[in-house]
Design a protein around this ligand. Sequence first.
Ligand code: SF4
Length: 699
Amino acid sequence: DTIATDNVVESACPYCGVGCLVNYHVKDNKIVKVTGRDGPSNYSRLCVKGRFGFDYIDHEHRLTQPMMRKKGSAKDPTMVDFDPANPLAHFEPVSWETALDAAANGLKQAYAEKGGDGIAGFGSAKCSNEEAYLFQKLLRAGLKTNHVDHCSRLCHAASVVALLEGIGSGAVSNQVDDIARTDVAIIIGSNTTGNHPVAATFMRQAQANGTKLIVIDPRQIDLMRHADYAVQFAPDTDVALMNAMIYTIIEEGLTDDEFIRTRTENFDAIKANIVDYAPEKMAPICGVDAETIREIARVYASAENAMIFWGMGITQHTHGTDNARCIIALALITGQVGRPGAGLHPLRGQNNVQGTSDMGVLPMYYPDYQRIDSAESRQKFEAAWQTDLNPETGLMMADIFDSIENDGITAMYIMGENPAMSDPDLTHARKILAKLQHLVVQDIFFTETAYFADVILPASAFAEKTGTFTNTDRRVQLGRKAVNAPQGTRQDLWIINEIAQRIGLEKSYDDAESVFAEMRTVMPSHAGITWDSLESIGSVTYPKRAEDQPSEPVIFRDKFPTANGLGKLVPAVFARAKELPDADYPFVLMTGRQLEHWHTGTMTRRSEVLDHIEPLPPIQMNEHDIERLGLTAGQRVEIASRRGMITANLRLDNSLRNGEIFMSFGYYEAAANMLTNNVIDPAAKIPEFKFCAVTVRAA
Ligand code: SF4
């Protein structure tokens, strides 16, 4: 607090979906300190990332000049010579004019050859709503392609598919702090203290005030220390466990029959489906005794108000959509939705993953989830954007990669994403990126993905620009520019606008406010949010359908936004992961995040404090397995799957069960996704990051 500053800028945290509001304390155009602001989702609290993870923006690796691939420089899928500090080994600096012309001309050439089907765009849940809106508009209106997707495909796609199918909306029904009004909260598949730390403080506080916490996870996660019921279950058995809970609720007469009769459909299918899921039968599969399954089902169903929170542990499976369907079924058959303290909350990962989805950076939706395959929606956007639009639903990320592999898509525009680190089976993913004839990458660092680019556009970091971001609570919040970006970089909005002009879109935008003004006219759920209100309050919850109508923190009170207003119960059948352990690969690998590092590490590994806390990639394993393999905690080990091998340091972690390993996917020198399996959930096309077979030995 003794650090002298020139000014304090009110903004939001650039990391997770909790959306903590912050004060940036600025001195000589540098952020010198971050403190928590009394925002509606954080009450002045911050975690270690929000408080200390800001200096990446001053890192010497910042890209400060546009670049183009040197003639004759091959795109080597092995990345053997990748050096995050030295893009000039493969690229040469060019002027902004040259880079933007090259970026646009490559996209135009692909369009001339194949139409929109030859082009795809991958947006980022770290960009603002305005950047996301403009990005998808450029691709849809300018290049006639709906092959537009973003990283929610790798995180909550399964939740969104199940929620849209079941209750007609992919967003949360209740906000995190509603847990204070909850009698019982289930937290399943979410290491909340590590991944949504400030949200975890609300959970802990609620428990201290009498809310019963039921924490369900394959690992003995920190939150279990505060749980009334700590349920450690076998990875991959979510459907077995939750169907056994549904079985108990129905068998013991704990359903809310009035809610089922008036608010849902398809209950008979659920009843028919669960006959084989008695807790006594599922117990050995889940590794949880039958009485515990029955008890947590009773506690949840009997509560006056109950909520369920979940994370990637639910979604990143080939049965991720089925997992989420079970969660929705639990809430619908017990009537635990549509009231304060009763609802569903998929904890969103990135700070703007909710907003990027809302803005239509998805292959099947225009902004506000207006369907591409609806003639009415298409005509609305054709009128708004003054151009014809492609009526065909686009491809999801996994299908985009298949199309590239099969000589379909040849050109791609990637803004702020890093699939060369975040996709499963990186050997395969990198080969595909290398195959693109024209790849434009817009980012702040020379990422693994930028290594495969033809044109690199140096963009602006979070604290260098103004825009809105929508947190996990459906709160649209203003992130304000606190410092000037380094010379040579440009604002992302400006870059998209310049490319849009070059491909023939007429409308130009001066700033985020002018984009937001257009967004409101085509997004009914945001129509009532004014820029002035964002500037004065800083955070406004949607839906807010008109300026004189209130926001709706709790939704689905009277009906669901489905065609008939009813919630649809969808039965799920238990199925195993696609690759089970065997004699050659006897361990199960689960990947995820760590408290200190964010996703592929591009920001946090360049933040001094965070990198000093966690400088090296750990492979986590329990004491029993370490001893059984004759290894020692701290030593170098090799971990291999059928797809690749990496080397890292062994760390003792007794939160894991026997035969299970955990790794973060944020370290380029030990990229866990070299090992993961490129198999996907059939509905959501989300990869199975939470389960593949590996082996470990001394390095
Ligand atoms: Fe930032 Fe999330 Fe931490 Fe809040 S909880 S400070 S939003 S990373």
